[in-house]
Design a protein around this ligand. Structure first.
Ligand SMILES: Nc1nc2c(c(=O)[nH]1)N[C@H]1C(S)=C(S)[C@@H](COP(=O)(O)OP(=O)(O)OC[C@H]3O[C@@H](n4cnc5c(=O)[nH]c(N)nc54)[C@H](O)[C@@H]3O)O[C@H]1N2
Ligand SMILES: Nc1nc2c(c(=O)[nH]1)N[C@H]1C(S)=C(S)[C@@H](COP(=O)(O)OP(=O)(O)OC[C@H]3O[C@@H](n4cnc5c(=O)[nH]c(N)nc54)[C@H](O)[C@@H]3O)O[C@H]1N2
Ligand code: SF4
Ligand SMILES: [Mo]
Length: 672
């Protein structure tokens, strides 16, 4: 038996260092690498089963050609050569007739390695295809809000939480989505550091916290401004820090904070005045308060404003200036590599843009030219994209030539003309940089690609070569391509020794000192000139969203979606054990709401609104408040009774970053 040092490539902030135990070309077991201090020798409940992911009997073995109707799932095996010939012939014809903008590469983050993630985008960039604004389904809203407030720079070092005197998990279910940070937070809690969770549901994390503020969905800005109001009222504002490192607090204090006294904040958020007061008192007394910002609270109409308000709090107490204090959303922006080397090797400076979360719309309504050729890799939009019914209608177009590259025959793949078997991270070599910690690592393949699977990197290179693209990056081995990423890198990454990196051990590259601000003023911006110039509110505020108010009048329940515990979106849909561990796809209603509808725990129910209907199993629990229906995970058809939750979600954008608004949807639940 051999032990191979690898890196977890699942879309997760932790980026664990892992050890794969391998024998005869098979992964026997995957476990945490004790040498990485943060991920500290344990893998999560999902990745503990990654041997079953790699060797799942449900994996696609060969390229497949569709022989049934789109969506039906009938395919026949074909050779790689025939598949690649057909793809390039079709693409060349589309380009000749309609120009390269009739093509779209729709590739995302299921493989977090820079090579396997970046080069597929690079292929379409070089082709001059319509360009994906990637990530709007996920983090563009929170990222835009952070960038405007703090700047395009990473947040607090998660390892500094060892020095914190207060930990706030604000809209993040750490136990599910950031378990190694949770391990540190729990250790701090054992030392007496209070842990507070602000979340509309009693998540696993909330149950383990010292205090849970069960806030109404979409009211976080009001709570953050209410806390600032109390801090100002009680003389807990650190004026020296404000003067030295921030901009616009005086205006916020004069124009906005007076409208957020505790009584009004209680009415908006649904929290008790006493709980708001005691949270503010704890926060104001702490010197090194650490806020872990979640993305969930930004996936709604005014999510950007919410994140902005919360990210400003550590400026009010000066926590941003102290180790263990501040806020962490993402870390990736601090690693300034030459990403363009892979993602933009050549190609026109501008082409037509397609928003990741509006694939359905793009497929159905783009003209001059319409989208005619689509390659989807490491993404399952028929399930995970908002308004997935519209996505499917688009994918069902007979005149659309669709290629899907995936290890599994996903719901999306069933609409493809050609399906190509993809290698997973355990079968591919890559370079990784974390987005939730300050580590970099090079990871080798643990086993060769299973069946006839190809890595994303290999597929991008082969398609580039057949399409006549001559950029050198399309001919490099992964080891060479990583050097291109570091050529032109700036900041601490520029000084890195590539040989040390290639040795495959984790490298820590964390910022030192207090939070740096990279806004136009170089300060934390309570008042944003950038927002004012764009005609948007320059300071955070809270007011009801008119569209939400209209929908609320029509439908009695608000949708709350959140990551599954034993699932990562749909990436584990091919692992039988984890499907069973996660349980039947369900929705969760408060006992009062269930009783009102005469529904009992375990009942088959229909969730519906103006976009459609979905069938799930009901769980009755006071994990959520009345007025809310929680749907954990995005489970595919076949596992659900019918459909998938994103069929009920609109493709409306957030206030900042044109992101998805899963939490701004309203619906009802009835017996199946
Ligand atoms: N197990 C598991 N881990 C994952 C994933 C997964 O699918 N499964 N997905 C990965 C990916 S791609 C990502 S982007 C990250 C996401 O990781 P997180 O940012 O931690 O997760 P979110 O989806 O943002 O949701 C976290 C919490 O936000 C809460 N929330 C929703 N609306 C509001 C609100 O208005 N206010 C407040 N305060 N809270 C709210 C939800 O109830 C939920 O408990 O997780 C990664 N890790
Ligand atoms: N309602 C609702 N919808 C959501 C969310 C939510 O909170 N609520 N969360 C959103 C978020 S944060 C995100 S990031 C998106 C995620 O949405 P997707 O990016 O669609 O994520 P997955 O469902 O994991 O699909 C990834 C696909 O990639 C495949 N795959 C895995 N490894 C590889 C590889 O190496 N190569 C290739 N080619 N394929 C691979 C997997 O088998 C899987 O089919 O979903 C979003 N959708
Ligand atoms: S916690 Fe995240 S990074 Fe670590 S093994 Fe699990 S999915 Fe991978
Ligand atoms: Mo995500």
């Amino acid at each position: 038996m051999e032990t191979v040092r690898v890196v977890c490539a699942h879309d997760c902030p932790d980026m664990c260092s892992l050890l794969a135990e391998v024998e005869d070309g098979r992964v026997l077991r995957v476990r945490g690498d004790p040498e990485q201090p943060f991920t500290a020798g344990f893998a999560c409940a999902k990745v503990n089963r990654d041997a079953e992911l790699v060797h799942s009997p449900e994996r696609i073995q060969t390229p497949l050609r569709r022989i049934g109707a789109k969506g039906e799932g009938k395919f026949a095996p074909m050779t790689w050569d025939a598949a690649l010939d057909e793809i390039t012939t079709r693409w060349q014809a589309i380009i000749a007739e309609s120009g390269p903008m009739a093509l779209l590469g729709y590739a995302y983050s299921a493989h977090q390695g820079q090579m396997n993630r970046g080069l597929m985008l690079g292929l379409f960039h070089a082709l001059g295809a319509s360009r994906l604004i990637a990530g709007t389904v996920c983090d563009t809203c929170c990222e835009a809000a952070w960038d405007i407030t703090v700047g395009p720079i990473g947040g607090a070092d998660p390892e500094a939480v060892d020095d914190s005197d207060l930990i706030v998990s604000w809209g993040a279910d750490l136990v599910a989505t950031n378990v190694h940070f949770w391990a540190r937070a729990e250790a701090a809690q054992k030392r007496g550091v209070p842990v507070i969770v602000i979340d509309p549901r009693r998540s696993r994390t909330a149950r383990l916290a010292d205090h849970h503020l069960q806030i109404r969905i979409g009211t976080d800005a009001a709570l953050a401004l209410g806390v600032m109001h109390i801090l100002a009222r009680d003389g807990l504002v650190e004026r020296d820090y404000i003067a030295a490192h921030t901009a616009g607090f005086d205006r916020l204090e004069a124009e906005v904070l007076p409208r957020f006294p505790p009584a009004r904040v209680a009415a908006i958020t649904g929290l008790a005045i006493a709980d708001i007061e005691s949270f503010a008192a704890l926060y104001g007394a702490a010197k090194r308060s650490f806020i872990r910002l979640g993305e969930g609270m930004t996936r709604l109409a005014r999510g950007g404003e919410a994140l902005r308000a919360v990210a400003l709090l550590p400026g009010v107490t000066g926590a941003y200036g102290r180790r263990g204090g501040g806020a962490l959303l993402l870390t990736a922006a601090s690693c300034e590599l030459n990403y363009a080397a892979l993602r933009k090797p050549s190609g026109p400076a501008e082409t037509r843009l397609v928003n990741h979360s509006r694939l359905g719309d793009a497929l159905l309504s783009m003209r001059d030219p319409p989208l005619r050729g689509l390659l989807i890799a490491a993404n399952n939009p028929a399930v995970t994209c908002p308004d997935s019914g519209k996505v499917r209608a688009g994918l069902a177009r007979e005149d659309l030539f669709t290629v899907v590259h995936d290890p599994f025959l996903t719901v999306t793949a069933r609409y493809a003309d050609i399906v190509l078997p993809a290698a997973t991270y355990l079968e591919s070599e890559d370079f990784y940089r974390a987005y939730g910690t300050y580590y970099l690592q090079y990871g080798r393949a643990a086993v060769p690609p299973q069946g006839e699977a190809w890595s994303n990197f290999r597929l991008a290179q082969e398609l580039a070569s057949r399409m006549g693209l001559s950029d050198p990056v399309f001919r490099m081995a992964p080891e060479e391509a990583v050097a291109a990423l570091f050529e032109g890198a700036t900041g601490p990454a520029a000084a890195l020794d590539l040989d040390e990196l290639r040795s495959g051990r984790p490298i820590r590259l964390a910022p030192q000192g207090g939070q740096e601000f990279r806004t136009p003023s170089g300060r934390l911006e309570f008042y944003s000139g950038q927002l004012a110039a764009a005609g948007l509110a320059a300071m955070p505020d809270w007011r009801p969203d008119p569209q939400e108010e209209r929908d609320r009048a029509r439908w009695p329940l608000r949708l709350l979606t959140a990551p599954g515990y034993f699932q990562a979106h749909t990436a584990y849909a091919g692992v039988d054990f984890l499907r069973r561990r996660e349980g039947a796809p369900c929705c969760i209603l408060h006992p009062e709401e269930a009783a009102r509808r005469g529904l009992a725990d375990g009942a088959k129910v229909r969730l519906f609104n103006e976009r459609g209907a979905v069938g799930l199993v009901l769980r009755v629990s006071d994990e959520v408040l009345p007025g809310v229906v929680l749907v954990p995970g995005q489970r595919p058809d076949g596992e659900t009774l019918s459909g998938t939750i994103n069929m009920l979600c609109s493709d409306r954008y957030t206030d900042l970053g044109d992101g998805a608004t899963y939490q701004s949807n309203f619906l009802d639940v009835a017996a199946w």
